[in-house]
Design a protein around this ligand. Sequence first.
Ligand SMILES: [Zn+2]
Length: 331
Amino acid sequence: MTARRDAQAFLHRFASASKFELHLHLEGAVPAATLVRLSSRSPKPIFPDVASVRARRRALGSPEAFFAFYRDICRQLNSPADYGLAARGLVARLARENVRWAEVYVSPAVVEKIGLDWFDVRDALESVFAEHEARGRGRVRVLLDFVRHWGPEGASRVLDLHAERPWPRVVGFGLGGDETAFAARDFAEVFRRGRKAGLFPVVHAGEWAGPESVADALLFLKPVRIAHGIRAVEDPALLNALARTGIVCDVCPTSNLRTGAVPRGSPHPLLRMLRSGVAVTLSTDDPGLFGTTLLGEFRRAAVWGATAAELSRCAVVARQAAARTRSYNAT
Ligand SMILES: [Zn+2]
């Protein structure tokens, strides 16, 4: 009982505390009300009202449903101004939650797929993030997302765009998308190029694919952090290696349930990761899509039995990881 009370006391303090969030995607952060507003311009709106967004959330449960929802959100972004609106929704949520440092995945490849000019979109995003910072509401840094299922050529194109006109807000690059498409080793060369450009690598692994995807990412791509990494619990040696090396895993509990990464009825691997000594942060991943908050992720972990000390550790690891980003950026 005392442990539960301590966890509740932590959550109470954490609600208003400074927060650090390292794993969220711009498109997935579009709030439901913004989606409805964007969608209303179409003669046949996909999201005619907030109830329709909630219905899509309820229908989640598989990677297919998740990717279809994500694609439908991207379809609402038809101009740089739309991206600006999406960014406004994102920073409003960060401010509400007192997130002082956020690392946001932005995907130039998605922007080009939609048919927009990356530099125009980038300028629209920059003005929103700069205003957020100028008002003292917290800092936003960008991770350029390589979409795994579009292959190493797509990733290379993202680095070309960045080289053409570097965006100072970018601190790193990530590999997201469908984990089962393309092996980690296929991206080894483009990751070398990214590191040479002074950016640090983060890899989505061990989400839908098994522990070998985490092991391959570590071996071939040498990330400073793993996004998710939850399926590492299936390989005790790998779990120990993560704990020993201190590679941070940015875990998103609600996302893992809604995308079917954790099968219905199975316990989430979070507690096993924490109790094996793995450095874990908690994040929302796609807060608009899943209808979650950073505090909600901590609350969920507490419901699963995370102690006050474990919740506090997640918050401390996130703060330390943000500090590492700042120092990486400075070198
Ligand atoms: Zn993610």
